[in-house]
Ligand binder design. Structure first.
Ligand code: BG6
Length: 514
């Protein structure tokens, strides 16, 4: 019997009605490293915001695990204060009271078997009294060197495995850094995958939780306007910028020896590149989406020679926002001869038919002119301009800029006639701003991502293969930086080291000054 078009169902199609709010089923979340900054500033507030939006199940339970000598009340106060200080949505006593009933704290260190047994007991108790149904996610907000031990403890205490023969689930959430090079990332993935199968591993790259990042897919694949131009015939180059004005005071423990490339290019910027450059997935089924990202990452390489195609810098003291700020070497905790880069720029090539010959310039830095993340697709000049040369003196290249943050939106830049009797053409911009176009506020990235963990929606979480491919891309650059030279100084409040400007000038291009 032949299969008619109507009968055939694409296995990668997702038939659920996506307009309905997605509410997590019965479950609990355990956070390791609950005393850390991320937990206080992002995770706890996001959980409250989800509860406030009615997206958590009524019996939701949040358990903190840490060495701190706290009791349940202390923990509750910490969560309460974090929520009051950092939640996005207004504080409502009834929502808080309901959430507070599901809070638990287990005191212990990661090498303490008894503490994990107590945790297992707490989780069992929650299943009974809160109806969490045997469904639990474990959030490892801890340094990666602790991952193996925590995973082993979760396995030993039986916490990592759901009851067989049921549809109960156990998931693990891990935060970057996912290793410091390809080799260590492979080791880490192996250790985590020994305890949790890949479909139960949720690696957080919080950029993927940002609305504007997800909008890259909407912009590209819901419209007819852009996709025909999205290729080497029309695009001259792409610039992906993640600029921050903050310095690294207080973060030496994590950042010294890590640097900008490992901190954000390996993950956030290469994910932005993947979403910008990938082919259209056959559906938005997680598998289909990740397949395309993996393909494009596998085709991406840093362009050589690195002395010309990359740049790195380290900020020195300077002025920012009217304030005098110290250089990296004067920030507490950094070695006085630290060669950690606080600025990194590199050129990528994507070896596919679509992108052959189009450089993707990635850059990120601390203490730059201002905080802005954007993807600028810069187009080639029109092949012929039927105007006097003077008419087009002020005409730049057409560009489509996806403004990831702040001031989220999209800008299109093109030439337009200046009013008057002469034909004079100048660049103008057309803007879409989230703030003007929509009344709802965007949820915080962590709200979206935590909800997706509880729902078991893996689309926005990089798989082991993506992480390893990203290291494969970055490793040659890191090795060459390690072998020679030191980062070039740049003054705080500027746009990075002169070598970054030379890097583009060599090809006749220049960085955008957002
Ligand atoms: C983190 C980096 O992943 O992202 C930090 O480790 C950086 O160094 C931060 O400051 C920036 O996040 P956002 O959401 O403020 O752009």
């Amino acid at each position: 019997m032949s299969v008619t078009r109507k009968q055939w169902r694409n296995p990668l199609r997702d038939d659920r009605d996506k307009r309905l709010p997605r509410i997590a089923g019965p479950c609990g979340l355990v956070i390791f490293g609950v005393t850390g900054d991320l937990s206080r500033r992002k995770l706890m507030p996001a959980i409250y915001d989800l509860a406030n939006r009615g997206l958590l199940p009524p019996g939701f339970a949040l358990t903190g695990f840490a060495r701190r000598d706290w009791n349940g009340e202390d923990f509750s106060k910490v969560v309460h204060d974090a929520v009051r200080e950092h939640a996005r949505t207004p504080f409502r006593q009834d929502v808080w009271d309901r959430l507070a009933e599901g809070l638990r704290f287990v005191q212990g260190s990661f090498d303490d078997d008894e503490a994990f047994d107590r945790l297992a007991e707490t989780v069992r108790e929650l299943d009974e009294v809160r109806g969490t149904g045997g469904n639990h996610a474990f959030y490892l907000s801890v340094p990666p060197k602790a991952f193996p031990l925590v995973c082993r403890q979760l396995a030993r205490s039986g916490l990592s495995t759901a009851t067989t023969g049921t549809d109960q689930w156990r998931r693990v959430v891990i935060e970057k850094p996912f290793g410091h090079d390809l080799h260590s990332a492979q080791d880490l993935n192996r250790i985590v995958n020994e305890v949790f199968p890949e479909e139960s591993v949720f690696r957080i790259d919080h950029y993927l939780g940002k609305e504007t990042v997800q909008n890259i897919l909407a912009l590209r694949f819901a419209n007819q306007l852009f996709e025909p131009l999205w290729n080497a015939h029309y695009v001259d180059h792409v610039q992906i910028t993640m600029a921050e004005d903050i310095g690294l005071g207080g973060r030496a423990g994590y950042y010294d020896g890590i640097g900008a490339a490992r901190d954000v290019i390996q993950n956030h910027l290469l994910q932005l590149l993947a979403l910008t450059a990938m082919e259209e997935p056959v559906s938005f089924h997680p598998k289909a989406l990740r397949t395309e990202k993996v393909k494009v990452l596998a085709a991406t390489r840093p362009m050589a020679p690195f002395t010309e195609t990359t740049a790195r810098g380290q900020y020195t003291g300077g002025w920012q926002g009217g304030q005098k700020v110290p250089g990296l070497l004067d920030e507490g905790g950094f070695a006085s001869d630290s060669v950690t880069e606080t600025y990194a720029a590199m050129t990528m090539e994507v070896n596919t038919r679509r992108w052959a010959g189009v450089p993707f310039y990635l850059r990120s830095g601390k203490r730059l002119g201002r905080r802005v993340t954007e993807i600028a697709v810069v187009f080639k000049r029109a092949p012929h301009l039927p105007f006097d040369a003077t008419a087009t003196e002020e005409l730049g290249e057409n560009a489509l800029v996806i403004r990831v943050q702040p001031d989220e939106g999209v800008t299109m830049r093109f030439g337009s006639k200046v009013p008057g009797t002469a034909m004079q053409i100048r660049d103008v911009t057309m803007d879409f701003g989230y703030g003007h176009a929509f009344t709802e506020d965007s949820p915080e990235a962590y709200e979206r991502l935590l909800l997706d963990v509880l729902l078991g929606e893996p689309s926005l979480f990089p798989m082991n293969e993506e992480v390893e491919l990203s290291w494969r891309i970055l490793d040659p650059v890191l090795a060459s930086w390690h072998a020679e030279g030191v980062p070039e100084p740049y003054a705080a409040g500027t746009w990075g080291p002169p070598s970054a400007d030379r890097m583009l000038a060599r090809t006749g291009r220049h960085w955008r000054r957002p």
